[in-house]
Design a binder for this molecule. Structure first.
Ligand code: ADP
Ligand code: MG
Length: 320
């Protein structure tokens, strides 16, 4: 950074934020951070990169980019049933624009504060806008993708497809209507389902977060568990806002649209009551949307038993 603001001033001003976490020995400012994790508890670690124009629109508000870069990682911890602890942030910026940085940091730290998450280090360089966040968290009782068994129910949190509906509104220039605004909020500021993931420990047999689309991500549970996931297309919750903007295509978007960061999970039917209680304490709606069957892959059927189109976002094959 050769602007008025040096790289070190930039880091000190926007990213060196004190933490009270007792398991952080040394945070931003040295050659590396030092943590002192709780002995004997597995750590879940995950990393995600958001590239401008690929993972968020180039003109997305900077506050929402800060929020989302952290949210997508917290969503991975949620799907593991892990409790967030620390983050590393690597940011590549075309210029040191202070207004942009202030808003970005606000979005990042507002979400971090919700989980008492400490930013303990990172890297800052110049180049096309991209943000990589790595988070670690405690996973005393991890949820994995490989535990689904035939006869389990398939559940989903929230109303999938809202973020993809929001992207359609944003790109189509429909940014002011009440429905469009609600959907765009879901696209720009996804709420990671951390509390739900923690509540599912010991209840769900498998879990995944929905980043690439409900069917695509349910397919990951199917593959890792060596089972089939049959989604009941008529049971997928469709939000009124998505129905309003997408009409007939709402179901297709709910099955295939990405970026929701909801959780899809499986559990034996005798856990229904406990699951619903856990979801209520996490203040998240969950809906039974299918069944684990013998077989392979995730697929959706409508009431007549007809199969519904499979899709999902694939970086290297282009959109379906
Ligand atoms: P080094 O050259 O030794 O890698 P850097 O100059 O990259 O050190 O970083 C200096 C300090 O600032 C380190 O503690 C690093 O973790 C931290 N840091 C750099 N960029 C960021 C960032 N974007 N967010 C948080 N901490 C950062
Ligand atoms: Mg460095």
């Amino acid at each position: 950074m050769t602007e008025a603001l040096t790289e070190f001033e930039l880091i000190g001003r926007y990213f060196d934020v004190a933490t009270r976490r007792g398991d952080v020995e040394l945070a931003v400012g040295d050659d590396a951070a030092l943590t002192r994790p709780v002995a004997g508890v597995p750590l879940a670690m995950t990393i995600d990169t958001l590239v401008a124009g690929v993972h968020f629109p180039e003109d997305a508000p900077p506050e929402s980019i800060g929020h989302k870069a952290l949210a997508v990682n917290l969503s991975d911890l949620a799907a593991m049933g892990a409790e967030p602890a620390w983050a590393l942030l690597s940011i590549t910026l075309p210029e040191a624009d202070e207004a942009w940085l202030r808003a970005f940091a606000e979005g990042f730290f507002a979400l971090a504060a919700d989980y008492d998450l400490a930013l303990i280090g990172g890297d800052t360089s110049r180049g096309p806008l991209a943000v990589t966040v790595q988070v670690s968290g405690y996973a005393s009782q991890p949820l994995q993708r490989d535990g689904a068994r035939p006869g389990d129910r398939v559940w989903v949190s929230g109303a999938p497809g809202e973020a993809a509906g929001g992207l359609r509104c944003w790109q189509g220039g429909d940014r002011e209507g009440a429905e469009a605004r609600a959907l765009i909020e879901r696209l720009h500021r996804p709420r990671p389902r951390v509390a739900l993931g923690l509540g599912l420990r010991g209840l769900a047999s498998a879990a995944v977060d929905v980043s690439d689309g409900l069917l695509a991500d349910a397919g990951h549970i199917a593959a890792r568990s060596r089972v089939g996931l049959e989604i009941n297309a008529d049971g997928v919750p469709l939000s009124p806002a998505l129905r309003a903007v997408a009409g007939e295509t709402a179901l297709d978007i709910a099955l295939n649209g990405g970026d929701d960061y909801e959780l899809c999970f499986t559990a034996p039917p005798d856990r229904d009551a406990q699951l619903l209680a856990a979801a209520a304490s996490a203040a998240v709606a969950v809906t039974p949307t299918g069944e684990v069957v013998r077989g392979a892959g995730a697929f959706a059927r409508d009431r007549g038993g007809r199969s519904v189109r499979h899709g999902g976002y694939r970086h290297f094959r282009g959109a379906p």
